[in-house]
Ligand binder design. Structure first.
Ligand code: GDP
Length: 198
């Protein structure tokens, strides 16, 4: 299983020509603004500030690449669904994310983050359907699990699966950046995506 020994920021970009040239497998992270993506990435790599925890949701507008163990890349996609962003900017982000997901040969899979407390939005739904249609392997993660009592989590997970029209047996990893819960399962999932690419 993948063990993250070190992680370094490599570069940011907004179009294919600006992304790293190396033929190194990539795992991308997607989700709505404020879903806890930066916190999850930082927890995963055991660094406090590798990915910037956003004070202003939706501020990160580039795709950011982080090299892990000189072995694979974690790719931080811009958070989507932030209401107060002008339509023109939203369209631009959509295009950037879609181009990355559909054309990036290094991509091995996507970790899609959903807030365990909330019903998935139309944006989440579109993202899942789009990944399915394009045959991109996806790992689903329910973030901020510490905010929901253990006894109430199944209800939330069912709501998520039902809304996204996923089978009841679909794995959704319960994750907390605060407690570290779910980290091992997530790393296991990432390892599988990476080895499938071999
Ligand atoms: P991003 O916009 O998706 O990168 O989300 P951030 O990582 O910036 O997190 C948004 C907010 O949720 C911040 O205030 C975080 O402290 C909080 N947060 C993120 N993950 C967790 C978690 O696992 N548990 C709790 N309690 N709060 C979290």
């Amino acid at each position: 299983m993948v063990k993250i020994r070190n992680a370094e920021f490599v570069k940011s970009g907004v179009e294919l020509s600006q992304y790293p040239q190396e033929d190194i497998s990539e795992i991308a992270f997607a989700g709505r603004s404020n879903v806890g993506k930066s916190s999850l990435l930082n927890k995963l790599v055991r660094r406090k500030k590798l990915a910037r925890v956003s004070k202003q949701p939706g501020r990160t507008q580039t795709i950011n690449f982080f090299m892990v163990n000189e072995q694979f890349m974690l790719v931080d996609l811009p958070g989507y669904g932030f209401a107060r962003v002008p339509i023109s900017v939203k369209k631009q982000w959509g295009k950037m994310i879609e181009e990355y997901l559909s054309k990036r040969e290094q991509l091995r899979g996507v970790v899609l983050l959903l807030d365990i407390r909330h019903k998935p939005t139309e944006d989440d739904n579109q993202m899942v359907q789009w990944l399915v249609v394009n045959n991109i392997p996806v790992i689903l993660v329910a973030t901020k699990a510490d905010k929901v009592a253990k006894g109430k989590r199944q209800r939330q997970l069912s709501l998520i699966k039902r809304t996204l029209e996923l089978p009841a047996q679909q794995l959704v990893i319960e994750f907390s950046a605060d407690t570290g819960e779910g980290k091992e399962l997530l790393l296991q999932g990432i390892s599988e995506l990476l080895s499938e690419g071999l």
